[in-house]
Design a protein around this ligand. Structure first.
Ligand code: HEC
Ligand code: HEC
Length: 279
C-alpha cells in the first residue's frame, strides 16, 4: 500500500513538474499493453466480432478453449486485490497469488522475458485502469498444468542494439512468434522461428494458416519491400492490394512507433530460412 501511495505521489509530482523519470511507467505500460495485443484476447466482443464498448480488458473472450480473465483492477472480479509485484510474478512465472498456474494460450513462454521495468510498467498501467465489474468464470483445470520456471529478474534489453530490440519486440512484446512458429509439445519452437504453419479460425468462419515469414518461403515477405511489410503488419493489406484474413490485430500494431516498427522489420529480415511445409 505504501508503495502504491508513493507511486501516486510520484505520478502527481511528475504531472506538476514533468521531471520525475519514475512515473513514465504507466505510459510505457499502456504502450506495451497495446502493441502486446493484450486486448486482442482480454477484451470481450459481440456476436459480430466487434469489441464491446466500455469493456476494454474486462475479460470474457474465449481463447484457445479458455475464458480470458478480467484485467481491470475491480476488487471482486478483476485484479483489484493483486499487488503490482503479483502481476509481475504472473507475467514472469505464470503463477497467480493463490499459487495456481496460468495456462496457454496466455503467452508466459514469451512474457517471462519482459524486462523487470517493462513488466512493472504493464502492472502499473493495469492498476491505473478504471475498474470494471465483470465476472468471468475461470475455465476449470482439466489437465495437470504446465509448470513454468520461476523467473526472478530480467534485465533491460539494450534499445540501442536495434536487432536485439527488434527481437524483443517480435518475440516478447508483440506476440508474433506465438502464431508464426511451429510448435513442439504445444510450445513455439524458436529454432524454427517464423516458420508459420499454425491454423487459425478466421473471423467470418473457415480457417487460415499463419504465413512462413522466413526466406525459406520464396513467395513470402522476401519479395516485399520494408514499406510493403509495414503496411501488411499495420493494415492487413498485401502488396497486391489484397486483404489479409483478420487474425492479427492490425489496428493495435498500427500504434507501434516508427522506430519500433523499423526494429520489427529489421529483425524479421534476419530470420533463418525454414522450408515451407508441403503435405
Ligand atoms: C492469446 C490470448 C492472450 C493474450 C494475447 C494475452 N492473454 Fe492474458 N490470459 C489469456 C488466458 C486464456 C488467460 C487465462 C488462463 C487460465 O485460465 O489458466 C490469461 C490470463 C492472464 C492473467 C491472469 C489473470 C487471472 O485472473 O488469472 C494475467 C495477469 C494476464 N493474462 C495478463 C495479460 C497481459 C498483460 C497481456 C498482454 C501483454 C495478455 N495477458 C495477453 C489469454 C491471453
Ligand atoms: C494471432 C496470431 C497471429 C499473430 C499474433 C501475428 N500473426 Fe501474422 N499472420 C497470422 C495469420 C493467420 C496470417 C495469414 C493471414 C492470411 O493469409 O490472410 C498472418 C500473416 C502475416 C503476414 C503476411 C505474410 C505473407 O506472406 O502473406 C505478415 C507479414 C505477418 N503476419 C507478420 C506478423 C508480425 C510481424 C506479427 C507481430 C507484430 C504477427 N504477424 C503477429 C497470424 C498472426
Amino acid at each position: 500500500m505504501t508503495f502504491r501511495i508513493s507511486a501516486l505521489v510520484a505520478a502527481l509530482a511528475f504531472s506538476a513538474t514533468g521531471a520525475l523519470a519514475q512515473s513514465g511507467d504507466v505510459a510505457r505500460g499502456k504502450y506495451l499493453v497495446t502493441i502486446g495485443i493484450c486486448e486482442g484476447c482480454h477484451s470481450p466482443r459481440d456476436s459480430r466480432d466487434v469489441p464491446v464498448p466500455g469493456m476494454r480488458l474486462a475479460g470474457g473472450r474465449r481463447s484457445g478453449g479458455l475464458m480470458t480473465p478480467n484485467l481491470t483492477p475491480d476488487m471482486e472480479t478483476g485484479l483489484g486485490k493483486w499487488s503490482e509485484a503479483q502481476i509481475v510474478e504472473a507475467l514472469h512465472s505464470g503463477r497467480r497469488p493463490d499459487g495456481s498456474t496460468i495456462r496457454p494460450p496466455m503467452g508466459i513462454f514469451f512474457y517471462s522475458h519482459f524486462s523487470d521495468s517493462d513488466a512493472r510498467a504493464i502492472a502499473a498501467y493495469l492498476k491505473s485502469l478504471p475498474p470494471i465489474n465483470h465476472p468471468v468464470e475461470r475455465t476449470p483445470v482439466t489437465a495437470p498444468p504446465r509448470e513454468w520456471p520461476r523467473v526472478e529478474t530480467v534485465p533491460e534489453p539494450n534499445r540501442a542494439d536495434k536487432l536485439a530490440y527488434g527481437k524483443y519486440l517480435v518475440e516478447t512484446v508483440s506476440h508474433c512468434m506465438q502464431c508464426h512458429s511451429p510448435r513442439v509439445n504445444g510450445l513455439p519452437d524458436l529454432s524454427r522461428a517464423g516458420g508459420g504453419g499454425n491454423s487459425y479460425t478466421a473471423p467470418g468462419g473457415g480457417s487460415v494458416v499463419a504465413a512462413n515469414l522466413t526466406p525459406g518461403n520464396p513467395d513470402g515477405i522476401v519479395k516485399w519491400t520494408d514499406e510493403q511489410l509495414k503496411t501488411a503488419i499495420t493494415h492487413g493489406v498485401r502488396p497486391d492490394g489484397g486483404k489479409m484474413v483478420a487474425v492479427m490485430d492490425f489496428d493495435l500494431y498500427e500504434q507501434m512507433t516508427p522506430d519500433d516498427l523499423d526494429a520489427v522489420v529489421g529483425y524479421l529480415r534476419t530470420l533463418k530460412p525454414v522450408p515451407v511445409k508441403r503435405d
